[in-house]
Design a protein around this ligand. Structure first.
Ligand SMILES: [Ca+2]
Ligand SMILES: [Ca+2]
Ligand SMILES: [Ca+2]
Ligand SMILES: [Ca+2]
Length: 384
């Protein structure tokens, strides 16, 4: 921008200048009124500037000190004619994310610090809207994956899961995506009887119908136990040109707590990250490096985050021990952050499944996806 200003000033100082720039080889027809100083030979060099150059006679080899708007000076893939509004800063171009509030028009749309778009407040009930993935430039595709025909009842964009006064208020926008290994409904009036024994999507009028032959999403290797009622949201993304990473907020809730902690019934949530030819890795783990299930140290024991109205909050009699126990527990709100390279294509698979059988359901709330543009610490941590 600065160099354009210098060139414009040079032009203005030259008598009779009507346009600051006239370029050979560009798509702009030369118009009457240009003051051509010496250079009238169309030498085919698209970088030559015709007009009020300081050098009166242009040559085939351009010796001008003028900026070349067709060149990508900062190497970010965009020249000035491509819309790069700061060709001296590779973090500023039309493929950047305008991360407010730094006063910079990172994405060159003419607006510094674009307004935050809450697409889940605007009638978009898709899972990606609930997740606040609202900028279509960075979302290539979103695919919902499940294996049982009835599993659609376990997915949805929800405004506030439970009674609306619990600890599950949306972290961004007007709702969030929910992936549930049982039926999400009923909202606001859930009872533990809905969660335990829960829903087997292969036969909602009966239990233990799951054939257990769904693929095990664990990138570290199959668990050897049956996988049922898998729910996945597979996102193909392209990182903004100024991104250092991404992050998303989540709550894992499971009715396997507390009766089935440490058993084979470890319903598990993964955030699977895959880029290039590298195998997918799970980037949502507890401090011990373990995936999120009721045996994880991130699951609140005893429950702390209010789950009022979800059904998981009720106290029930454990049929094995006879003790009165909570219907379930959660991790509370967590945020997973992970590194990406600027402009990097990658796939995120947000995945939860019943393990061991299709009953005693678990769910994950997914919200507040955002791009990171500065330094951050990768990993998963509690957020308040
Ligand atoms: Ca550039
Ligand atoms: Ca902008
Ligand atoms: Ca949201
Ligand atoms: Ca289930």
């Amino acid at each position: 921008m600065t160099r354009i200003l210098v060139a414009v000033m040079a032009c203005i100082l030259a008598a009779g200048c009507m346009r600051a720039f006239e370029y050979k080889g560009d798509a702009v027809t030369d118009t009457a009124g240009d003051t051509l100083v010496g250079d009238t030979t169309a030498d085919g060099d698209p970088t030559d500037v015709i007009g009020p150059d300081a050098d009166a006679v242009d040559t085939a080899v351009d010796a001008d000190a003028e900026p070349d708007p067709h060149s990508d000076d900062d190497g970010d893939g965009f020249s000035e004619v491509d819309g790069d509004c700061d060709d001296g800063n590779p973090r500023v171009n039309p493929a950047a994310w305008d991360a407010p509030p730094d006063g910079v028009d990172d994405d060159c749309n003419g607006i510094a610090d674009d307004a935050v778009v809450d697409c889940d407040c605007e009638g978009d009930a898709s899972l990606v809207a609930g997740l606040d993935l609202c900028d279509p430039r960075f979302l290539v595709s979103a695919t919902e994956v499940s294996y049982a025909g009835l599993a659609g009842a376990g997915r949805g964009m929800i405004g506030w899961y439970g009674s609306g006064d619990n600890g599950l208020a949306p972290r961004a926008g007007c709702g969030y995506a929910v992936l549930d290994t049982g039926a999400i409904e009923p909202l606001g009036g859930g009872t533990c009887a809905v969660r335990q024994p829960g829903t087997d999507f292969y036969n909602t009028s009966g239990m233990l119908s799951c054939p257990g032959n769904e693929p095990d999403p664990d990138p570290a290797g199959p668990s050897g136990t049956s996988i049922c009622d898998t729910q996945q949201l597979v996102l193909e993304l392209v990182a903004p040109s100024n991104a250092t990473g991404f992050s998303l907020a989540l709550v894992f809730i499971s009715s396997e707590y507390p009766e089935w902690v440490g058993t084979e019934f470890l319903d598990t949530y993964y955030t699977l990250f895959a880029a290039g030819a590298s195998p997918a890795i799970n980037v949502t783990t507890d401090p011990e490096g373990n995936a999120i299930n009721v045996s994880s140290t991130l699951v609140e024991d005893p429950p702390a985050t209010s789950l009022a109205g979800t059904g998981y909050h009720e106290m029930v009699i454990d049929s094995t021990s006879g003790a009165t126990v909570p219907c379930g527990s959660s991790t509370g709100w967590l945020r997973t952050s992970w590194h990406v390279d600027p402009g990097q294509p990658f796939t995120l698979t947000l995945s939860i499944h019943d393990e061991g059988d299709g009953i005693y359901d678990s769910l994950v709330i997914l919200d507040a996806f955002r791009w990171e543009v500065g330094p951050f610490e990768a990993g998963t941590a509690r957020i308040i």
